[in-house]
Design a protein around this ligand. Structure first.
Ligand code: MIC
Ligand code: SF4
Length: 643
């Protein structure tokens, strides 16, 4: 039987396990990336492992999230990461060099290689044929030390593209269309491969927009073949030697095939507050807009920016709209400047921000109260923009510019003729903002710079055979990590200070939770389906751990979050019958007994001591995961293994 592209890369990197759907497989990891908001913790964890030098082919530490320095905290963390990188063999991409995924695609990604990153949008690398996964910081730390990365062997989905996009319809609309079809849960447990004759009309940055947003489907990752288009991109980056051809076998078998005809697509937009709440742009015609933000790892490539500049050229932004533009990298910004396109952007009245995540993670540029903000980003979860009652919509750069010019949601197809864009054959290559690590000899004398904001890793607790604890929080479906552990300019600087962060845990759902949890000492959380969707932040597990959460019971979990819970030593269980969710109420007193036996049999009984109900719960842990839970998480497990 033939293999898909992903199966071929998995096979070439398989350390242990059977490539059977649902089985745990261990993969050798060639490259890692971190960003600063998750990186500080990941490097503290790497240090705790006591490995002097990374054992990957390439590891890169990016600074792109916490770039608003309103106090010493972020600058201290940048210094800490810079010094750790220098000492342990990691390349350091300085603040201002760009968003990790954009820069990694430009300068480091290689087709056929495996990459894990402490950021959920690491699958952007699938745009050049990498098998790239978002992961928790601890998993990245282990991979940097040469350890394997474990995934549950996914199903294979294929999206067959036909036809060609019309002017003003873009790769972002393809991402929104697949979200409309599959929803934010539709990709769970699957790798999505893109194929069909239509992919030949998509450049690498367009493919990367699509693999980037595969994360919003809950997919394990997404990937495109590596072909002559990939080759041209790598050559333009002066990295032609990194090219290898990659395609699926003609008789490869897919669990599901979805067809999209590019020629029939229309401009789409995701309405508040979920990326799959997708409608046609034309259906919202006339909705007043207060703010437009262009950028993020989804839509900040040179191609996106040149299109934006060309549409803005000679025009002025509506007086009712504030427009921000954040180019994805120093390379993109430099080329915009050299080509004169930056002048067109500036002349239009846009506010040019630095090459970083910025507004996407609430690092400034929060909308006005109740404001409508159109963003070319990938997430519009409630409160994420920094304004609790803002209404955030997700769209393409073309749709965003149309709104910025007219002051209302406008179908970009009505803008007239799309100006012709010519992409350069060679990109501007300047890696001076990437600091290489010290040599092995020099590394010993490198001093680690640790600011006062860096606090210790929370205490962990081995999972015991029984747990008795109150149900302190009951939440609904699709709870995101932004609900569990919000981000934003005010909170993000404390990612290395778990006690401080804990005050904001579940702030969007119930502000009283942290205080109640600390008081109770031990607690259980009940969630609906797709609990923990969204980001890779392990803080959404470490902070509940600090607050005493010992078990989360949900209808289903998102992939990275459930791994983070296990890594933190928190027991994740699912309802055998989803209706039993209704038999539990906040403040009920709960008991789980015979956990060890249940972890083997796959069934654990929950006793609701308040109502007397007995509820059957399910689990399917690998032997490694069971051991990890009994050791209080991955750090304890790694230490136990090394002794
Ligand atoms: C996000 O887009 O939510 C983030 C911020 O990039 C996160 C990582 C984090 O929380 O630091 C992600 O996507 O993993
Ligand atoms: Fe940064 Fe936003 Fe991309 Fe996350 S989704 S990496 S915050 S640009």
């Amino acid at each position: 039987m033939g293999l898909t592209i992903a199966q071929k890369i998995i096979k070439a990197h398989l350390v242990s396990g059977e490539m059977t759907v649902g089985e745990e497989v261990a993969l050798r990891i060639d490259q890692t990336l971190t960003q600063d908001a998750t990186g500080t913790m990941a490097y503290l964890e790497f240090e705790a492992m006591g490995i002097p030098r990374v054992r990957t082919e390439k590891s890169v530490a990016y600074i792109d999230h916490n770039t608003l320095q309103c106090g010493f905290e972020n600058a201290d963390d940048h210094q800490f990461i810079g010094s750790i990188a220098k000492k342990h063999g990691i390349y350091f991409s300085r603040p201002g060099n760009g968003i990790c995924h954009q820069v990694h695609l430009e300068r480091f990604g290689k087709p056929g290689k495996t990459l894990i990153g402490s950021d959920s949008h690491t699958p952007t690398g699938g745009g050049i044929g990498m098998l790239a996964f978002g992961a928790g910081g601890l998993d990245v730390a282990v991979a940097m030390g040469g350890g394997e990365y474990y995934i549950t062997m996914p199903k294979m989905f294929k999206v067959e593209l036909k036809g060609k996009l019309r002017p003003f319809v873009t790769a972002k609309d393809v991402s929104l269309e697949i979200l409309r079809i599959l929803s934010v849960k539709g990709g769970v447990g699957a790798i999505i491969e893109w194929g069909g004759e239509g992919i030949k009309t998509l450049s690498v940055p367009e493919r990367a927009t699509i693999t980037n947003m595969g994360t919003e489907l809950g997919a394990t990752t997404s990937i495109f073949p590596s072909d002559e288009i990939t080759k041209a991109f790598l050559e333009a980056e002066g990295r032609g030697e990194d090219y290898v051809e990659l395609s699926s076998d003609p008789d490869a078998v897919y669990d599901r095939i979805i067809e999209i005809n590019l020629s029939e697509l229309k401009p789409l937009i995701a309405c508040p507050h979920s990326p799959d709440n997708v409608v046609e742009v034309a259906s919202l015609k006339g909705t007043k807009v207060n703010q437009v933000c262009i950028g993020s790892c989804t839509n900040s490539s040179l191609l996106d920016m040149l299109k934006v500049a060309a549409i803005l050229k000679g025009k002025t932004v509506s007086p009712d709209v504030s427009l921000s533009i954040s180019p994805g990298s120093k390379q993109v910004l430099g080329m915009l400047a050299d080509s004169g396109a930056l002048s067109d952007i500036i002349a239009s009245g846009a506010r040019v921000l630095e090459c970083a995540c910025g507004p996407c993670i609430g690092m400034g540029f929060s909308p006005n109260s109740g404001g409508v903000s159109l963003r070319t980003f990938n997430r519009n979860f409630e409160g994420r923009s920094g304004t609790a009652d803002a209404n955030v919509y997700l769209c393409s750069p073309e749709t965003a510019v149309a709104a910025a010019l007219t002051g209302e949601i406008t179908d970009p197809m009505l803008l007239g003729e799309m100006p012709e864009i010519t992409m350069p054959n060679e990109f501007k290559i300047d890696d001076s903002a990437v600091i290489p690590p010290a040599s092995e000899e020099e590394a010993e004398s490198v001093e680690i710079l640790r600011g006062p904001n860096i606090k210790k890793f929370p205490d962990t607790y081995p999972v015991t055979d029984s747990i008795e604890a109150p149900l302190l929080l009951k939440v609904g479906d699709n709870i995101t990590t932004d609900h569990i552990m919000p981000a934003g300019a005010k909170i993000l600087p404390y990612r290395s200070n778990i006690p401080f962060l804990s005050q904001f845990c579940f702030g969007v759902c119930d502000k009283t939770f942290p205080e109640r949890a600390l008081k109770a000492g031990k607690s259980i959380i009940i969630g609906g389906s797709n609990y923990g969707q969204g980001s890779s932040r392990e803080h959404a597990a470490l902070v509940p751990l600090y607050l005493g959460v010992r078990c989360v019971i949900a209808k289903s979990f998102a992939r990275i979050h459930v791994a983070n819970l296990i890594n933190a030593g928190i027991l994740p269980l699912t309802f055998k019958n989803a209706e039993d969710y209704d038999k539990l109420n906040q403040e009920d007193s709960l008991e789980l007994c015979g956990i060890y036996e249940g972890m083997d049999s796959g069934e654990i009984t929950l006793i609701n001591k308040t109502t007397g109900d007995k509820i059957l719960l399910s689990c399917s842990f690998s032997d490694r995961q069971k051991e990890m839970l009994k050791c209080g998480g991955l750090l304890g497990y790694t230490k136990a293994k090394n002794n």
